[in-house]
Design a protein around this ligand. Structure first.
Ligand SMILES: [Zn+2]
Length: 520
């Protein structure tokens, strides 16, 4: 059958339905029970571009269906079974048969704050199907927020960028070098003003990093005061919690308390059971979160699909007494031993980067404890800690309150930076069947969009911005590894931002229609 004939039929049908004389009662059928040939939602505008014959997974979690999506002026104007979307006569038609078409992926926790300005083409992000990233995570953000967002716009990135105000950032601005202590009332007030300013300039919320300096010196009351300021203008609070190991339950309780008392939505960043002291407690953590949810708190979490985390080597010793051999030994033991600690950055001796701590110790002719102390004396570095258990990682994966994040970004030394989103589709959906496709897509699109308050992104519906991705579910694959963390993913066939094709068959098109998003 000629597509053009079908389009004419659809157009005639649409015009007939729009005529007042024969206006039937509005369709009440749910999207997944729409009759063949029926468009989903009423089409007001003819499509200038048609993405045809794709398996459409719309981000809601509803079952996918084969059909067409029509785009005009950067927005989705028509959705329906193949041939049902009315197009302009000269409309461009792209046949996506065999591909899955979903909303563009949204990374709610990304560390490309500066990199996106320097590398606006962002191939590492486009190759994963990302169309929006949120930066300013873990308590550290660019500042001032308004100037940063202007910089992002001036750089014309390929995808969209949202930002949160970093708690540590405003704390440093107010307290300067004297930030290793509790803040005074006056200082908290001054920080609160900065959070208000950041929110007014376009931030989406407040982030904290309470295992890091200077966030770890803050009281819960300080965080409540600042979170309240973020909540006043519709923002959320997102936290790298005070503890992800022995005291992880207490840390979750603190997030819940902040949400309750500051009256704003809260999100736990990269939820994990970080070492042996927390292994097996994922069910208990989720129970706490669900109980708070049941009491009315808008609480969610995010997660990345790896059993290893990346952070500063300093976190091995909570007291920061790096030359205390007993404490270093204890820090290594709870993580399962020196072999679980992979040093990824060590400026004083880059030749050992990528090696495990026991391998470095052997090379230096020292014990792992001595080696760690020496590294910290020489300026420290970063590590990947292979100290999570798959049972916990997977328990978080399937929980309905947990969405996907990368916690990585351009140039990340952890494979999550280049692999997270395709890995969910390849490993968690196709290979292991831990998540079904619709649920996985929901966790990568609509859930983060809802958390950010992006009403017109993260979904395929009429009127939504046409941020979209098409991938082959049989071949989509993350390729980044702990040894080669920046290897790009494959199988993400096309990515559109505001209706413009930015990624095609494994290459950027050069189009950079992304922009800085500004919060409510
Ligand atoms: Zn973090």
């Amino acid at each position: 059958m000629q597509p053009s004939a079908l389009q004419i039929v659809a157009l005639v049908l649409m015009l007939a339905l729009a005529a007042p004389a024969c206006n039937p009662s509005p369709s009440t059928s749910a999207p997944d029970t729409a009759a063949a040939g029926e468009s989903r939602g009423s089409q007001q505008q003819l499509a200038q571009r048609l993405l045809a014959n794709a398996t459409i997974v719309d981000g809601t979690g509803q079952p996918g269906f084969v059909g067409d999506v029509g785009i005009a002026d950067g927005r989705i104007v028509g959705i329906g079974p193949s041939g049902s979307v009315a197009t302009e006569p000269e409309a461009a038609v792209e046949d996506l048969q065999g591909l899955v078409l979903t909303p563009g992926f949204i990374d709610i926790h990304n560390h490309s704050d500066r990199a996106i300005v320097r590398q606006p083409q962002a191939e590492a992000l486009l190759s994963q199907g990302l169309t929006t990233i949120a930066v300013g995570a873990d308590g550290g953000s660019p500042w001032p927020i308004g100037a940063y967002l202007e910089e992002v716009d001036a750089a014309r990135p390929a995808l969209n960028v949202a930002v949160t105000v970093g708690h540590g950032t405003v704390r440093r601005r107010v307290m300067g070098d004297d930030s290793s202590r509790e803040a005074t009332t006056a200082e908290v007030l001054a920080m609160t003003e900065l959070v208000r300013q950041g929110m007014a300039e376009g931030a989406f919320g407040l982030s904290s990093g309470l295992e890091y300096d200077p966030g770890r010196f803050s009281s819960t009351e300080e965080l409540i005061a600042l979170a309240r300021a973020a909540g006043e203008s519709g923002g959320y609070y997102i936290s790298h919690m005070r503890d992800e190991e022995l005291y992880v339950m207490e840390a979750i309780d603190e997030v819940i308390r902040i949400g309750r008392e500051a009256r704003l939505p809260v999100q736990i960043s990269h939820i994990k059971m970080g070492d042996a002291t927390a292994w097996g407690r994922s069910a208990e953590a989720l129970e706490r979160i669900h109980a708070a949810r049941d009491e009315g708190l808008d609480i969610t979490a995010d997660w990345y699909p790896y059993a290893a985390y990346a952070t500063t080597l300093a976190l091995l010793v909570p007291s920061r007494r790096f030359d205390d051999a007993d404490q270093v030994a204890a820090g290594l033991e709870v993580r399962g031993g020196a072999h679980r600690v992979q040093v990824t950055r060590y400026a004083a001796d880059p030749s050992v980067e990528g090696l495990r701590l026991d391998e470095i110790a052997a090379r230096y002719g020292k014990t792992p404890v001595e080696t760690y102390t020496q590294i910290m004396k020489n300026g420290g570095g970063r590590m990947i800690c292979h100290s999570m258990q798959l049972e916990d990682v997977n328990a978080f994966a399937v929980d309905p309150l947990v969405m996907v994040c990368s916690d990585g970004g351009i140039g990340s030394s952890h494979p999550r930076g280049a692999g997270t989103f395709p890995r969910v589709l390849a490993h968690y959906v196709r290979e292991e069947g831990i998540l079904d496709l619709e649920t996985a897509v929901h966790k990568m699109t609509r859930m983060p969009a809802d958390r950010l308050g992006l009403e017109h992104r993260g979904r395929i519906e009429i009127g939504a911005v046409a941020d979209l991705v098409a991938f082959d579910p049989q071949t989509v694959q993350d390729n980044s590894t702990f040894e080669e963390p920046e290897l790009p993913a494959t199988g993400i066939e096309r990515v559109w931002v505001a209706g413009e094709l930015v990624w095609n068959a494994g290459q950027p098109t050069g189009a950079r229609p992304g922009r800085a998003l500004r919060g409510r």
